[in-house]
Design a protein around this ligand. Sequence first.
Ligand SMILES: [Fe+2]
Length: 278
Amino acid sequence: MESINNFWNKLEQDIEPPKYLRQVKILSYKKFNKIISERKSKSIKKIAKDLYSGDVYIIRNTVSSTFLENLKEKLLEWSWKEKSKFHKMIENCPNFWRNIDKNNSKKYSIRAIRKAYYFFRWNKSSIKVWEKFNKPWGCVKFLGGLKFNSFINNTPKDGVIDRIQVVNYPENKGYIAPHQHNPKHQRVLISLYMSEIKKNFNKGGTYFYKKKKKINIEKKIKCGDLGLFYATMIHGVDKVQAIKGKRKNDGRWWIGLYSPESNLTKKKRTTSNSVYLN
Ligand SMILES: [Fe+2]
C-alpha cells in the first residue's frame, strides 16, 4: 500500500500548494478517529486531497467543552500569579506565558495582539494539557504523512518539537495579521477552538480568503471542535469584538497544536512574512 507520505509528496510535486479556501467540511471526531485508527487508506487520501485543494475540515466534538472551560480558568489564574515571560526553545526550556502587545509584537514575524501560553512535553505541570490532545494530534500527524507518535520524545537538540500554544485574543484588541506557514514539518495545521461567535464574542475571529474576498468561518465553529487546513492557506484572526451589553469577559480562546523547529536548529524556519492581498 502506498504510504500517506508518498501520496502527499506526489500531490506536492504536481500541484501548487493551496492559499485560498474552497469549502468548509464538517466531520465528527468519532468518524475521523475511526478513519485514522482503522487506517482507511481511501478516506485518508480523500481528506488529504481535499485539504490540498483548499478545504478546511472541522472535526466536531473533539474535546469536551467542560475540560476547555476549566483549562481557561487555570490559565487565567496562572497569568494573574506570574509575570509575562519569554523563553527560547532550547533544552529544558520551561512552560511560560507571554503577553504579546503593541510593544513586543514587533519581535514576531507576524503582527498580533494576544496572550499566549506555551507548553512543552518535557515539563511537569499542574495544568494537564497533553493527555486530552495526544490522540487527536496523533491522528492528524498520521493524516499529514507522519507517524502517530512523531516528535513526542524530541527535545530542542533534536530539531522539531511538539508545542501546545493556548491563545487568548482579548476583547476589542486581539488579532493576528494574515499569514501562511511552512509545510515542511507539519502539513496539516491544527486549531482547537475554545470559543464561539455570538456566545463569547460578537464579531471578528478566524478567516480565510477566496481570492481577495475574506471569508470568516466562525459561524461553523463550536467549542471543542478541531480545525484542519494545509499550512500554506492564508489565514488570520480579525479583531475580536465584545458582545454589547454583556459584562466584559475574556474574548476568544484558541489552541494551536504545532511542531515548530526549536531554536537549536540551524536557520530556524518561522511562519512566513505576512501576506497582504492588494
Ligand atoms: Fe497561523
